[in-house]
Design a protein around this ligand. Structure first.
Ligand code: SF4
Length: 694
């Protein structure tokens, strides 16, 4: 058996369509009375946070999840005793008429797994610690040691596979970034490659036993790593395994509030847009019932796509892969699917803040007041730009306004003059090409909105070539992901580039900009054009949570893939909310850190402190530490591994006890919970990362 995997530029095709939606067709896998994969809807799962030995509390929480519509309920099973108690929980639920499939969540203990499998519809094992356990050492494994450990895993794992097969229980091979085995890390690193190889080792063992009721997950708290790992898994598994097994999607330790929702929507949504995913869990440091509506809000659109039901749910994988490859015959991609590389762009200076090149992506919002009300418009511009706040604060860096006729020009002139130095941060848009030409000498950046099918005259190019404003060519692309205008826009860009025109920005404005911007980036790549690209999300209807989720999917995916130099919002939400969502998206994509990053787990039966309350207290004290990553984890068993790349960690280690970490090193073991927050702050100070709040 070869231990090597091909990672040369990964040398692997990404066999899914990326410019339009087509769901990857997977093997249908049973979950008791329901199934997932195949033509089944994408299922929404959640997990209890109670102790599994506490039957009353666990049954009550399962009932609340059921009433919220949760389709699959997972319970933590740390010990054999917990596994035995699943029987009582299950019986009580069934007596109450609740037939929701149950999943046993297993880490480490093969004995707990062997017992739990008798009482659930699905069993989740973590290949990072099943029957081995990570010691987080960097010891090198020789080939012999590696194979010996794998043989040990086979010996312990095969009986579980046989038992699951015999009982008709399905299995999730659930890999987590940060809890990979030492064996895997020594060979493949703590990387998407390592995660994929860990999962494939277990999948091969399942296939050796002719057991195919399998699904995968590849979770990480780092959204980019999570997306890359799932993509790489699909590419490698479809090339190697017998079936296209379904995927369970999730971002671990996503946190709470907007941040948790945005991270989850972005990671899960990026993959759903690629057609991947058969079940999801939104993991929040909140009441698990809150996870369910967010989950449905994410999957609804995809479940609404029409799928023609067929009887080929058990096609061997090669048919599925061939089908996918045909649909995805795109050759060159405008991004790296398995690793991160920001799209290279030239830098535009002299239009307010620089845009493109190596500058961080900018944030722009649009004024809602009209030029017909110049006083109201000016007041709104000042509110949005908030010039009293320090540079790099969370606020709009540019504000867009629009004009419709020549009569607006004198009013605009006066308005800009009254804004003094702030005038460079005003972007003026119009859909009228003649008006656009007149705007150019007046403003710092002028945006021409181009509607599909519109032709652009030669005089426009002459005007653009002159000195003056930065020019933004924006394709308006509403309510469709199919008619991609990218060719037209890149054709314009090529003409401008050939004429040596600098200071050009290209953009797509849409409520679904993902596919058209990808297509635009592809066309630019093919033509060797490096103008910066703006991602413009416009959705004027819909409530706040719908905008939050959809904008995170549509724009966050692009930034995770390295595409985008400016993020612009035009929604019906108040300015501060638009700005907060935009900065949260850039932070979740880890491309622009504007505040502390919290990596907090949702808690489960292994948690012995009030996770939500503690998280809120820690946030209160350290939320001003921009860019710092703080892990807040419920248990010492999985916490240290799963907080992955946190700079500091606050980890529950028993009743009333906490351990503190600096990076991966435990510096305070089992200290009293009451003193832990102050000690955490002291550690941050000692490591030179503390600044006093403003
Ligand atoms: S890290 Fe949190 S969610 Fe994960 S096992 Fe521990 S307590 Fe449960």
């Amino acid at each position: 058996m070869s231990l090597e995997i091909s990672t040369a530029g990964h040398g692997i095709d990404y066999p899914v369509p990326v410019y339009g939606y087509r769901r990857r067709f997977t093997r249908e896998v049973a979950f008791g009375e329901i199934a997932l994969g195949g033509y089944q809807p994408i299922r929404v799962e959640s997990m209890t946070t109670t102790h599994t030995m506490d039957t009353v509390a666990t049954v009550a929480q399962c009932r609340r999840l059921y009433e919220a519509g949760c389709e699959i309920i997972r319970l933590t099973v740390p010990t054999e005793k917990d596994a035995e108690n699943l029987k009582n929980i299950r019986e009580q639920l069934r007596r109450d008429g609740i037939r929701t499939p149950l999943v046993a969540d297993i880490h480490f203990s093969a004995r707990a797994a062997m017992k739990a499998v008798e009482f659930v519809e699905n069993i989740r094992v973590n290949p990072g610690n099943y029957a081995t356990g990570a010691k987080f050492t960097s010891d090198d494994y020789t080939d012999e040691e590696y194979m010996a450990e794998l043989d040990k895993v086979r010996t312990e794992f095969a009986p579980l596979v046989r038992k699951a097969k015999e009982l008709g229980v399905s299995m999730r091979i659930g890999t987590n970034h940060g809890s990979l085995s030492d064996r895997t890390v020594s060979r493949f690193g703590n990387s998407p490659e390592g995660m994929v190889e860990a999962a494939l080792e277990f999948a091969r063992l399942c296939e050796e036993e002719q057991y195919h009721d399998v699904l995968f997950s590849m979770k990480s708290s780092n959204v980019r790593v999570m997306i890359q790992a799932y993509r790489l898994l699909v590419a490698r598994a479809d090339a190697e395994l017998k079936y296209a097994y379904p995927l369970h999607l999730g971002v671990t330790e996503a946190g709470d509030g907007d941040e948790g929702r945005i991270k989850s929507a972005m990671g899960i949504g990026a993959l759903l847009e690629d057609g991947l995913g058969d079940t999801i869990r939104v993991s929040l440091t909140e009441d698990p019932v809150n996870e369910v509506p967010v989950g449905f809000a994410i999957v609804r659109k995809y479940n609404d796509y029409h799928l023609v039901r067929g009887d080929n749910a058990h096609l061997p994988v090669k048919h599925v892969v061939e089908h996918g490859r045909k649909a995805a015959a795109h050759g060159m991609l405008p991004f790296e699917p398995f690793s991160y590389a920001r799209r290279a762009s030239c830098r535009i200076d002299g239009a307010g803040y620089p845009i493109g090149g190596d500058t961080l992506p900018r944030v722009e919002t649009a004024a809602t007041a009209s030029i017909a009300d110049p006083e109201g418009l000016k007041a709104e511009i000042l509110r949005r730009l908030d010039p009293e706040r320090p540079v790099d604060s969370i606020r709009s860096e540019f504000v867009g306004i629009s004009i419709g006729s020549v009569e607006d020009l004198p009013v605009l002139e006066q308005l800009l003059a009254s804004l003094g130095g702030l005038r460079d941060r005003i972007v003026v848009s119009t859909a009228d090409t003649a008006l656009f030409s007149w705007l150019l000498p007046m403003v710092s950046r002028a945006r021409l909105d181009i509607v599909e099918g519109e032709s652009l005259g030669a005089d426009l190019f002459d005007a653009i070539q002159g000195p003056g404003a930065a020019v933004e060519l924006c394709f308006i692309h509403e309510n469709s992901s199919e008619n991609v205008p990218a060719e037209i826009l890149s054709h314009l860009a090529a003409k401008l580039k050939a004429k040596g025109v600098q200071r050009v920005l290209l953009s797509v404005m849409s409520n679904r900009p993902l596919y058209p911007v990808r297509k635009l980036a592809l066309e630019l790549k093919k033509s060797g054009i490096d103008y910066p690209v703006a991602v413009r999300y416009r959705q004027r209807v819909g409530d706040r949570s719908a905008v939050l989720i959809e904008s995170a999917i549509q724009t966050g995916t692009l930034f995770c893939d390295g595409i985008g130099d400016l993020l612009a919002f035009e929604t019906g939400l108040p300015a501060d909310q638009e700005v907060a969502i935009a900065f949260n998206i850039l932070q979740a994509a880890r491309i622009r850190m504007s505040k502390t990053e919290f990596i907090s787990c949702p808690g489960c039966g292994r948690t012995y402190f009030e996770l939500e309350k503690t998280t809120a207290l820690i946030k209160q004290r350290v939320s001003h530490l921009k860019g710092l990553k703080i892990g807040i984890m419920g248990c010492i068993v999985n916490g240290p591994g799963e907080m992955a790349d946190a700079d500091f960690g606050y980890v529950g280690s028993g009743k009333g006890r906490v351990s503190l970490y600096v990076g991966r090193e435990c510096v305070e073991e089992n200290m009293l919970e009451e003193a832990a927050l102050e000690r955490l702050i002291e550690l941050i100070r000692q490591n030179g990362k503390w600044v006093d709040p403003a």
